[in-house]
Design a binder for this molecule. Sequence first.
Ligand SMILES: Cc1cc2nc3c(=O)[nH]c(=O)nc-3n(C[C@H](O)[C@H](O)[C@H](O)COP(=O)(O)OP(=O)(O)OC[C@H]3O[C@@H](n4cnc5c(N)ncnc54)[C@H](O)[C@@H]3O)c2cc1C
Length: 358
Amino acid sequence: MIPETADSRAGPDIPDYLIVGQGLAGSVLALLMRRRGLRFRVVDNANPSGATRVAAGILNPVTGRKIVKSWRADESLPSAFAFYREAERELGVGLLGERIIHRYLVTGNEREIWRRKRDQEGWGSLTSPLPEEARPGFRGGLQGFRIHGGGILDAPGFVEAVGLLLLREGNLLRAELPVESIRISTAGVEWEGVRARRVIFCEGHRASRNPLFSWLPFRHAKGETLTLRWDGPCDDRIHNFGKWLFPLGGGEARAGSTFKWADLTETTTDAGRAEILDGLARVLPVQPEVIGQRAGIRPILKDSRPVAGLHPGHPNAGIFNGLGSKGVSLAPLFAEQFLNHLESGGPLDDEIDARRNL
Ligand SMILES: Cc1cc2nc3c(=O)[nH]c(=O)nc-3n(C[C@H](O)[C@H](O)[C@H](O)COP(=O)(O)OP(=O)(O)OC[C@H]3O[C@@H](n4cnc5c(N)ncnc54)[C@H](O)[C@@H]3O)c2cc1C
């Protein structure tokens, strides 16, 4: 990064923000800025393996082996559904579907956890029994329950459509922004003739290489998914059994995903494919044909919470990241909160504030 200088003073008519990265984080932030009439530019290098471009896009209010309500689900899911519905209108494309999730309890431990938890208060209308006849195409005898209030966002379609809108309006540059080449001063930021009041980095897992924010305790995780030929029922259910599976229509289905901390390459692996197929074998009577495989890296902090805030030494540089494996649900709520913070000094929740890591 080029150090602060007096010559990069921001003028009165320059954009308010320069956003680096147009995955989920950058796209949601950009749309919110657009809704508020703020002026911004986005720079993105269109990496086809960016996490959002391989994400399944599932919104799930009840998750994990321990079967718990997803963190902040009561606020984040309504906020996410409202945000993406509005985005569908702005972008002129269908992206979001409400979905029932079938959760299969494939281990004795999971069945025991659910036996203890199912009658507890707090589930409200989130879960209901899963009748035997609701599982055509799956192994007989599977136990489980239904989860209500979930859905799927076409996450790659969302970033694609936002990118097209921003390009049309002259607000997106398809380029790599090497962080060392950005000039940050007390008055504003400048990169290759693009000037703004502030820069917000939404670089996904690449943030670990950003000298401004590499002090954050990142612990990214690689994930892989498979595209399958599918002649099972073409309903709109999501099937969850440690792994997940959902029909895509047109004789295809998607299944995933793996979760690996050590290998942070964006390439697919035989081991990833085998792990997903092993998971599928627990619930499907026959092995489906694999017709595609993808890999990406989920940007995660050690405490598995999102991160938002301004740099402690450079108040014109901020970050929005750490969306982990639930970015689709979490991004709208926390992008809105971050923008309130940036524009009017509104509070950031302690749990997402970048300063928690100082
Ligand atoms: C296999 C898999 C399945 C997933 N499934 C789900 C799911 O079902 N539900 C869910 O909610 N989440 C899911 N996720 C997680 C979700 O994908 C992430 O939370 C989210 O996409 C992160 O978005 P991001 O914008 O932070 O990062 P990214 O999507 O990686 O976006 C960062 C963008 O910035 C660009 N960039 C970075 N640095 C620069 C630079 N210096 N100059 C220019 N461009 C730059 C990158 O190329 C990229 O386009 C999944 C992830 C994986 C890997």
